[in-house]
Ligand binder design. Structure first.
Ligand SMILES: [Zn+2]
Length: 658
């Protein structure tokens, strides 16, 4: 049964807009499937409905109403396919996950065929846009048709479709292998010395009495951060870095080769070139130059950080410095140790102040105060009893705006990172309300400050979906350029380091002990420690992704071993990070650099909130000029409209060099 929300919480949430608060969830209910058969049936009925609508659109004249008609088709496809796609990652029943996965492949076949529909492409080319929004809509629509291969000669077009479909299938398999890995690493209590007991005490044990630890973040990270025994850290590190296994390396290689071939069909040398010409960064050359600049800015900091950690290790173990080698599995452990020694801050010390449910209410409260909205919890039957549903409404008018579903805790077979699925995009033209699913994996016993930061990050994506007010669904919310999409979420990460913001915790949980100012001060002081090494790692991931998708399309594992091997900590023989790097097999292929690229914009956006992170006036402007606009204007224009000036990278490089 669903646990009832304590009254105190509900009361704190429903404030001035109580009289208007939506009693139901805006938009259609999320589908509940009784079994795999029901998924198959819904899948087929959705495909049939979409086929009928494509025929109707083919008969539509290429007039001023064509964009709306095309968007209606896209919206229909979203509604019948996206919820099923989400269930692949979150449904507790494996049979349903598998049926959903089979359905995703059928939709892939459908959409790649649709992308090459010549009748629709020719109609789209004839449409005369009436205004800037329609012009941007048609520009992107034509780009998408062309990128799907519609204007290629017949043989190449057929090959393009084969490749797109195959890559989706391989990506699905890649993710499935990670979800189904389910490795358990056995440890004795002695081997877990240093790791907080509540992480492992209740875990299942094998016949020999060993505790069996999984690789979910609430288990994996504390062992890596805290286990005093280096061999224990090494074991769990190696297990984590083997997720997906050899099989996934094969899949990744095939994907990389196929993508290069795909770019070749369009006369392009590399998949990087094919993708980056459509991005905010505009080209491979610009992107590589950007990454070089980042490297230059963090190189010194990285060397300094690693030297400090190595010294700490030598001191801790009493070994001579020159004979002490810092290993990959030492990095987090000594970072935590030095952070504690230097700043006396312990991330675990925050857990008692941030219970998970109240943490969710807290980040909602931040969004409410900043952006003038209201969250109301609504009972709903969803894919798991832990999943919560919220109606989002405008605080002033009470107008229902969106639905947010929240799936907070880890379980076997569930997606193991943190992500938001924008499974329904809004449109003002049709009063279509947006809906998103917020999927994270938090510790039921409470959050660290950095986990609270993750929650805010994901909330940034959810808000981007929920507060979108674009004319067309295809331009809504997170449908922006891939190297801009992380900016709204990264901007918000900063808010947890503001004591004034953290004070809001008591407004949602009167019984929670306030986090002491002194503890936050220490966390603020410690925040940038290890920044050089952290950014260097992100830089490595971004460069690796671009190398994989370069003209050479090199072998995945050998390239990783070489690139990681060239870093100060070197490569750990036997580990296979690429086998678990699901970003690159999915939408972040030739796009991982977007995390760094978006951060430049995020830091620039933050400058407007410098005086007050919760400023409702700045927040309202941000909601209006950035969040509500989705992709109907280019990102540079959105940022300019919000900041009142051209965007620049000053805040970012000032921070890196600090
Ligand atoms: Zn993100």
């Amino acid at each position: 049964m669903r646990p009832q929300l304590p009254l105190a919480l509900a009361a704190a949430l429903v404030t001035s807009a109580a009289a208007f608060a939506a009693p139901t969830l805006p938009g259609p209910a999320f589908p509940n499937f009784a079994d795999a058969k029901a998924v198959d049936t819904a899948c087929q009925s959705g495909l049939d409905g979409a086929a009928k609508r494509v025929k109707a659109l083919e008969k539509h004249a290429p007039d001023a109403k064509w964009p709306a008609a095309s968007d209606a088709l896209n919206a229909y496809i979203e509604d019948v396919s996206n919820p099923i796609d989400l269930l692949v990652y979150v449904h507790p029943d494996k049979a349903i996950r598998d049926a959903a996965q089979a359905c995703v492949l059928k939709w892939q076949d459908f959409t790649s065929t649709l992308g090459q529909n010549e009748t629709l492409y020719k109609a789209a080319a004839k449409v005369k846009p009436r205004n800037d929004i329609d012009r941007e809509f048609m520009r992107v629509t034509l780009d998408q048709f062309e990128d799907a291969g519609v204007s290629l000669p017949a043989d190449k077009r057929a090959r393009a479709k084969q490749i797109i479909d195959r890559v989706t299938e391989l990506d699905q398999q890649f993710n499935k292998n990670i979800r189904d890995t389910n490795t358990k690493v056995p440890f004795t209590a002695e081997e877990l010395k240093g790791v907080p007991e509540n992480v492992w005490k209740d875990k299942p044990r094998d016949d020999a009495g060993h505790y069996l630890l999984g690789l979910d973040y609430p288990t994996y990270l504390p062992v890596l951060d805290r286990a005093d025994n280096a061999a224990s850290r090494e074991r769990i590190y190696r297990a984590k870095l083997s997720e997906g296994g050899e099989g996934n390396l094969k899949l990744l290689n095939e994907i990389v080769q196929l993508r290069r071939e795909y770019a070749g069909l369009f006369g392009m040398k590399s998949y990087d070139d094919f993708q980056l010409r459509r991005r905010m960064s505009e080209s491979t050359a610009n992107t590589l130059r950007f990454l070089d600049d980042v490297k230059g800015a963090v190189k010194e900091g990285e060397a300094k950080d690693l030297a400090e950690l190595r010294e700490a290790k030598a001191k801790h173990l009493g070994t001579p410095l020159e004979q002490t080698k810092l290993e990959r599995w030492d990095w987090s452990y000594y970072t935590e140790r030095v952070r504690q020694a230097k700043y006396a801050v312990d991330q675990d010390a925050f857990r008692q102040y941030f219970p998970p449910q109240e943490s969710l209410q807290f980040i909602m409260k931040v969004a409410q105060d900043m952006l003038g909205i209201q969250y109301t919890r609504v009972p709903a039957k969803l894919w798991h009893e832990d999943v919560q549903a919220y109606a989002v409404s405008d605080a002033k008018s009470g107008k229902p705006l969106a639905t947010l579903l929240v799936d907070m805790y880890p379980r076997d077979g569930k997606y193991n990172h943190a992500a938001v699925w924008s499974y329904r995009n809004g449109s003002t033209l049709t009063n279509r309300v947006p809906q998103a699913a917020y999927v994270i994996n938090m510790d039921r016993k409470g959050l660290s400050l950095s986990e609270l930061e993750t929650m805010l990050h994901e909330m940034g994506h959810a808000l981007h979906n929920n507060l979108s007010a674009t004319r067309y669904a295809a331009q809504a919310g997170t449908s922006v350029k891939r190297d801009f999409v992380e900016a709204p979420s990264q901007m918000l990460e900063d808010w947890v380091y503001d004591k004034k913001v953290l004070k809001l915790f008591q407004t949602v949980c009167a019984n929670c002990k306030p986090v002491p100012d002194e503890l936050v001060d220490k966390a603020i002081a410690a925040r940038d420690f290890g920044k050089g090494a952290r950014f260097a790692r992100q830089h490595l991931y971004a460069s690796y992704d671009l190398a994989l998708h370069s003209a050479d399309a090199p072998e995945a594992m050998a390239t990783w071993a070489k690139m990681e091997g060239a870093t100060p900590l070197g490569h750990v023989q036997g580990t296979m990070f690429p086998a678990g790097f699901s970003h690159v097999t999915g939408g972040y292929g030739a796009g991982y650099y977007g995390y760094l690229y978006s951060l430049v914009v995020a830091m620039d956006l933050r400058t407007a909130f410098e005086a007050n992170h919760l400023d409702p006036v700045v927040g309202a402007r941000y909601r209006k000029e950035v969040l509500s606009q989705g992709g109907q204007k280019p990102p540079k224009e959105l940022v300019k409209n919000f900041l009142g000036r051209e965007t620049n990278s000053k805040a970012f490089y000032d921070y890196l060099k600090k």
